[in-house]
Write a protein that binds this ligand. Structure first.
Ligand code: CUA
Length: 178
C-alpha cells in the first residue's frame, strides 16, 4: 500500500471516530437537558446512625406524603434486606420527589421500566424527581449487592390514576398501599 493510500484510509477513520465522539456528546447533552438521565446534582448528608430515632426518615414519616409546599414526596429507607415501605403509591403523570437513604450499607434503588435509578448510600440522601406513566404495579429491586439477602430485597411501586391518588391523599395527606 502506498503512503498516499494509507493516509487516505487514516483520514477516513479519523472522520468516523470524530463522528462517533460527536454523536456521544450530543446524546449526553440531549439526555441531560431532557432529564432523561439523572446525574447526581448535589450532596446532602445525614447521620445514618440516628435514622430510626427521629428526623425525616423515622418510620412514621416514610412513604408518600404531600409536603407543605405542595410537592409529592416519597421517602424510602433501604436496609438489609428490605425497603421501608415495601410498597409505594405514586400518581400517574405527575412529578414525584424521591428521597432515599440507607441505614447500613450501599443499596441500589431502581424502578423497572422507568429511568428511576440511583444508589442508597449510608450517610447521604439521594434526591431526584421522576414522573411515572402507565397505571399499574412495577417492581423495585435492590440492584447493588448488599449481602446474603440481596436477591430477596424487593419492593413495589403502584402507579395510580390521578383521581384515585388524590382521593387517598385528601384524607390523610399521605398515601400507602392497602
Ligand atoms: Cu440491598 Cu442489594
Amino acid at each position: 500500500m502506498s503512503e498516499e493510500v494509507a493516509a487516505r484510509f487514516e483520514k477516513r477513520w479519523a472522520l468516523v471516530v470524530g463522528a462517533v465522539i460527536l454523536l456521544l456528546l450530543v446524546m449526553i447533552f440531549f439526555t441531560a437537558a431532557h432529564w432523561s438521565s439523572m446525574p447526581p446534582s448535589r450532596v446532602e448528608v445525614i447521620d445514618s446512625t440516628t435514622l430510626h430515632r427521629g428526623g425525616e426518615f423515622v418510620e412514621s414519616n416514610l412513604g408518600t406524603a404531600l409536603d407543605d409546599d405542595g410537592r409529592i414526596v416519597v421517602r424510602v429507607l433501604a436496609e438489609q434486606y428490605a425497603f421501608q415501605p415495601s410498597c409505594i403509591v405514586v400518581p400517574e403523570n405527575q412529578p414525584v420527589t424521591f428521597r432515599v437513604t440507607s441505614s447500613d450499607v450501599v443499596h441500589g434503588f431502581q424502578v423497572f421500566g422507568t429511568n428511576v435509578n440511583t444508589m442508597a448510600v449510608p450517610g447521604y440522601v439521594s434526591t431526584f424527581v421522576a414522573t411515572l406513566d402507565g397505571v399499574g404495579e412495577r417492581a423495585m429491586p435492590c440492584h447493588e449487592f448488599c449481602g446474603v439477602g440481596h436477591a430477596a430485597m424487593w419492593a413495589r411501586v403502584r402507579v395510580l390514576p390521578r383521581a384515585e391518588f388524590q382521593a387517598l391523599m385528601r384524607k390523610h395527606r399521605r398515601a400507602s398501599c392497602v
